[in-house]
Design a protein around this ligand. Structure first.
Ligand code: ACM
Length: 679
């Protein structure tokens, strides 16, 4: 009995310590299974690679990249063994190729996987494992068994609205690999530009945009090879029949009406669409798709299909006549139905793609009863599109909830699950949900600041799509690990942290940047699509170099402030209201508020000096006013004084005013301020 109790105690102690390693681990995405041990593998000596016959040429360079970053590459290596074993080269489109096991003991590291893709994923995990303690770097002892929950974990990068040079694509591919995203969805064409060289129709890339920027086919191959070496598929998107002004500018014979088109320089959707009724359109597409499908090896090909309200078709008598002649009318038997015409178009495009051995993907607008089941539906307008698609038998991807360009929180993406516990889908239907994609549309992101709009929030989507739901219940724990990933991404070459800082320096123009930073850190761009509609007329030529562009999509300072406020509010009025922890938190809050209050006087003179900063004056004023209000509130809380009705009324007026955006940015602390103020 006694012996048993001792055993139990020892076991509990062990588990407690393992639990500690787990709670301080910053692995993201969190692996399916991990068991932490007590030992550590010191990294002071370079790991010695043991990789017997490696059929996939991608593996050895990937290991070398990792070791270079981890330890500097020393040869001959003299340290513990890093043993890698796998069966064969992974076939990403086969969808069950990424499982791996990774074991770290004090003696060495071993990676075992059925395929080379599993090895690449294991290396990404290994890169996140090192711990530095007392100037020693080590790997904690651990046994990891891991595999993805969803086979399709994508990131869409829009290289059409703002062109994204090869180097930008490459470093974002590195970011994807670090968090185990495995599909780059390359949005290559849109109204504002056709960004890939066509040797068959060269006017597409030369005259379709105002800036004339595009990828040569050699550059495309370079990006494809870079992605493939990291186990990442590339699915190109040629968006049609709408979003095609650039195509029509280049080849007017594609257009649906008699209008004359110039390169499009605004951001709003045009609803311009190519003519689906002419055979010449399909002859053009056959040639173009023959060329483009040969360039991209992935079996999937995205044909777009979004945001066509059919106005180009309904207003063209010839096309209306075609729809009537082909009985494309609504239930009333009279009104022409553009959706049926688009379905006809989709079927023709699908046939062209199938002829080239490709599977077609389209946005959820193309869903309809007559759409062939093999078409993959990507849902962006809501969860319903995903569920409707699979109920009709289509494979589907979720992007609704994962739109990075809407500047929503990492938490909101994290809490968006393609298959939540209350999914209405049957197990068979669930099999059709391939996964999802974070989407970075680039109306408000140029090649300089793209990274800061993708990272680190895309990592939250990556974890949602990779890790088992049971291991990803805590939003707080995701946020605990996100800064570590952000630092890792920076080390890999992503510029999401440095570029906003450089922009602030530019705006500060030689003045001390600190006051501007203090304000920018608690600003966020206005959410969703509001930036299109707030009194500033953007064109493709508008530089993205205002304070709003340096403001984080999700303010970490404001988020932490909100966490503190939650904690203080929860404690106030309860027994823990006077605990040492609460006292400390109140002191932290007060210091923060004093900084914000004092910042305005430092910043206002600077804001007046720079014409591009003046518009942000009201936000700086509001931040100081909010801080002053909350300092009063802290005093109330600390002295046990109730807020008077008059105080509450003026606080509400002040906070409502502080909510107002300026320069397409808004103060990210107002929600927490309301909570603390008790409004
Ligand atoms: C889309 O966002 N129009 C797919």
């Amino acid at each position: 009995m006694k012996k048993k109790a001792l055993w139990l105690l020892a076991l509990l102690l062990l588990m407690g310590q393992a639990g500690l390693a787990q709670s301080t681990s910053t692995l993201l995405p969190v692996p399916a299974e991990m068991r932490w041990g007590q030992g550590r593998l010191n990294l002071s000596k370079p790991l010695k690679l043991q990789l017997d016959n490696s059929p996939d040429p991608a593996v050895r360079p990937a290991v070398r990249r990792l070791l270079t970053r981890l330890q500097g590459l020393a040869e001959p290596a003299t340290g513990p063994v890093l043993q890698i074993r796998y069966g064969r080269t992974g076939l990403p489109e086969k969808f069950d190729e990424e499982r791996y096991s990774l074991r770290v003991t004090p003696m060495g590291v071993s990676i075992d996987a059925p395929t080379s893709l599993g090895v690449l994923r294991a290396l990404a995990t290994l890169e996140q494992l090192p711990v530095t303690e007392k100037k020693q770097r080590y790997l904690p002892e651990v046994d990891i068994q891991d595999q993805p929950r969803f086979a399709w974990r994508g990131l869409l990068i829009d290289a059409a609205r703002h062109f994204m040079p090869v180097a930008v694509m490459k470093r974002n591919i590195d970011g994807m690999a670090a968090v185990k995203l495995n599909v780059l969805h390359w949005h290559l064409t849109d109204d504002q530009g056709f960004r890939i060289e066509s040797k068959v129709f060269p006017r597409l890339h030369t005259v379709g945009s105002t800036d004339g920027l595009y990828y040569t086919q050699a550059e495309v191959r370079e990006v494809l090879a870079y992605a493939a070496a990291r186990g990442i598929r590339v699915v190109p998107e040629f968006d049609m029949p709408s979003h095609t002004t650039s195509w029509i500018v280049a080849y007017p014979r594609l257009k649906s009406n008699d209008s004359t088109y110039a390169p499009y320089t605004q951001w709003r959707t045009t609803n311009v669409a190519i003519d689906p009724t002419r055979e010449s359109t399909y002859a053009f597409l056959d040639s173009l798709l023959t060329e483009m499908t040969a360039l991209f090896p992935d079996p999937y090909f995205h044909a777009g299909g979004d945001e066509n309200d059919g106005r180009n078709w309904r207003r063209t008598p010839r096309i209306v006549a075609y729809m009537r002649a082909n009985n494309m009318v609504k239930a009333d038997g009279k009104t022409v139905d553009k959706h049926q015409l688009q379905t006809y178009f989709n079927r023709r495009v699908l046939a062209l793609l199938q002829k080239r051995g490709k599977k077609m993907i389209g946005w959820d607008e193309i869903l309809g009863p007559d759409l062939p089941k093999e078409t993959v539906i990507q849902s962006w307008r809501g969860k319903k599109g995903l569920n409707d698609a699979v109920k009709l038998g289509h494979p589907a991807l979720l992007s609704s909830g994962y739109y990075l360009d809407l500047n929503l929180t990492a938490a909101s993406s994290y809490l968006t699950d393609p298959l939540p516990p209350d999914t209405p889908l049957t197990p068979a239907e669930q099999q059709l949900v391939l996964g999802g994609e974070a989407a970075m549309w680039a109306e408000f992101a140029d090649s300089t600041m793209l990274d800061s709009r993708i990272w680190p929030r895309a990592a939250a989507v990556a974890e949602r799509l990779w890790s088992p739901p049971a291991a990803t219940q805590s939003v707080a724990d995701m946020y605990r690990r996100l800064p570590a990933v952000s630092a890792e991404l920076e080390m890999l070459g992503l510029r999401h942290r440095i570029v906003p800082e450089l922009l602030l320096k530019q705006l500060a123009g030689g003045n001390n940047v600190a006051p501007l930073r203090t304000l920018a850190e608690v600003l966020e761009p206005v959410k969703e699509y509001k930036r299109h509609f707030q009194g500033f007329n953007y064109t493709t030529a508008t530089p993205l170099n205002r304070l709003v562009d340096a403001a984080p999509a999700e303010s970490e300072v404001a988020r932490r402030f909100g966490v503190l406020v939650d904690s203080v509010v929860a404690a106030s009025g309860s027994a823990s209201g006077r605990s040492a922890a609460t006292v400390r938190q109140l002191a932290t809050l007060r210091a923060q508020l004093l900084r914000w209050q004092a910042n305005d006087a430092l910043l206002q003179p600077q804001l007046l000096l720079h014409p591009m900063l003046r518009e942000y004056g009201p936000l700086s004023t509001s931040l100081a006013a909010v801080a002053k209000l909350l300092l009063e509130r802290l005093t109330q809380l600390q002295t046990g004084q109730a807020a008077s009705a008059a105080w509450q009324a003026s606080a509400k007026t002040l906070l409502d005013k502080a909510q107002a955006p300026a320069g397409q940015a808004e103060l990210a602390v107002v929600r927490a301020a309301r909570k603390l103020a008790g409004i």
